[in-house]
Design a protein around this ligand. Structure first.
Ligand code: FMN
Length: 399
């Protein structure tokens, strides 16, 4: 898979940069063309001479090179590779990528490239755990940047923890996997996914909502699309970027969400990850409700919303082949999810404990409840939960 591929290897300012030389050697041995790019920080740790000798090709370092930029070299460079690998990726460089800065050759090329990107972070454990780095990694992952490592273990500064650069052989294997044509087991299948909260109007300016961010539902839509499914994503109001290659339907209330889901049928797969409001106001005011000084507020009368999961699970003519619901619980998670599965008539329930920082957070610890029992999954980034779930769905309904 690697032979003949053009891999742009960007080396940044980490003490582990020496391992990039071994990676370049492995890639060349496998027949790849290695195009080396060195940042200013990277050049403090490996010399351009060493990198270009091992890569077998001139190293690119300077955005302001008169010779290269006579033909707009940074854009040419961006168009060249089949894959961009940043190894090691320093905390500083990842932050620049997340912000979309373009203040040197490597960052400018990354902003201009259409090629897939793999980063191999390497830094001290405290830098890796810093909220700024955690947020930057979440941004990069949400844009489809692939990540390998970091590993855990001894560091140059005689400390230990997560942050070590993945071994060159591991990075090589990740590159090989990314360059292999990805299987599309869900090709020809239609999936409807719901995501985010719903907003139930009280009057034209106020509404009842919940804390759902839409991260998990959007990640599931993206993961199903990556496995070849045609995906309709029905989303409540969220601040998530639209996943690549899915058809978006934006709604506000639970009733609009149900109507959009029904309009999207028939589907082979339905995943209801949205946090749909159980209740709405019985009658939303058509004008803004006024505060009258000295008067108690009028009580809000609530009405039950339609149950999307149950409605679609019991659909007389167009029940999707596999219906997956979500159960956000704060106590008796598995017990409540198991009863919910039976009551709603869906096939699987993904149960999660939302008593911590799950809603809006980057990670999720879920249990998959199906007819064959309960599977406990480890705490994982939401896009990895999504990838696992999509894989399981593909095994269940894929061709
Ligand atoms: C000895 C030494 C080792 C360093 N190792 C790392 C490292 O492993 N990871 C990291 O993120 N930054 C590390 N730094 C800090 C970066 O080199 C610094 O943030 C630099 O600006 C990054 O440049 P870049 O954006 O070109 O990578 C180290 C600095 C020194 C002096």
């Amino acid at each position: 898979m690697i032979s003949g591929k053009r891999i742009l290897l960007t080396v940044t300012g980490s003490v582990s940069a020496y391992k990039a030389l071994e990676l370049a050697r492995l890639l060349r041995k496998a027949g790849a063309r290695v195009i080396p790019v060195l940042t200013e920080g990277g050049a403090r740790f490996v010399t351009p001479h060493a990198l270009q000798a091992i890569a077998g090709e001139a190293v690119h370092e300077d955005l302001w090179s008169l010779a290269e930029e006579a033909t707009i070299g940074h854009i040419k460079l961006a168009r060249l590779p089949d894959l961009v690998v940043v190894a090691p990726a320093s905390a500083d460089f990842l932050a620049k990528m997340a912000l979309g800065l373009a203040d040197d050759l490597a960052t400018t090329m990354l902003l201009a490239t259409q090629a897939p990107i793999l980063v191999a972070p390497a830094m001290n454990w405290a830098m890796w755990a810093h909220p700024a780095t955690v947020a930057n990694m979440a941004t990069l992952r949400s844009r489809g940047v692939q990540v390998i490592g970091p590993g855990e273990g001894a560091m140059a500064e005689a400390e230990s923890g997560p942050g070590r650069l993945a071994e060159p052989a591991e990075i090589f294997a990740a590159i090989e996997a990314l360059l292999s044509p990805s299987p599309k087991p869900l090709a020809g299948k239609h999936a409807v996914v719901t995501s985010g909260p719903t907003h139930e109007p009280i009057d034209p300016v106020r509404y009842i909502a919940n804390r759902s961010s839409g991260k998990q539902g959007h990640a599931i839509a993206a993961a199903l699309a990556a496995l070849g499914a045609r995906v309709t994503l029905v989303s409540g109001p969220v601040h998530q970027p639209d996943p690549k290659g899915v058809s978006m339907v934006r709604v506000e209330s639970a009733r609009e969400m149900l109507a959009a889901v029904e309009a999207a049928l028939p589907a082979d797969i339905a995943v209801f990850a949205a946090a749909v409001a159980d209740w709405r106001t019985a009658a939303a005011a058509t004008q803004k409700m006024k505060k009258v000084p000295g008067q108690a507020p009028a009580p809000l009368e609530l009405a039950l919303n339609p149950d999307i999961l149950s409605t679609i699970s019991h659909h007389a003519t167009q029940r999707p082949g596999l219906v997956v619901g979500f159960a956000a619980e704060t106590e008796n998670v598995i017990e409540n999810a198991t009863t919910k599965r039976a009551r709603k008539g869906c096939d699987w329930i993904v149960a999660n404990d939302v008593s911590g920082d799950v809603m809006g957070g980057a990670e999720n610890a879920v249990h998959l409840v199906s007819a064959s029992g309960v599977e406990d999954w480890p705490r994982l980034p939401k896009d990895e939960v999504a990838a696992r779930l999509a894989q399981r769905i593909a095994e269940a309904v894929g061709g």
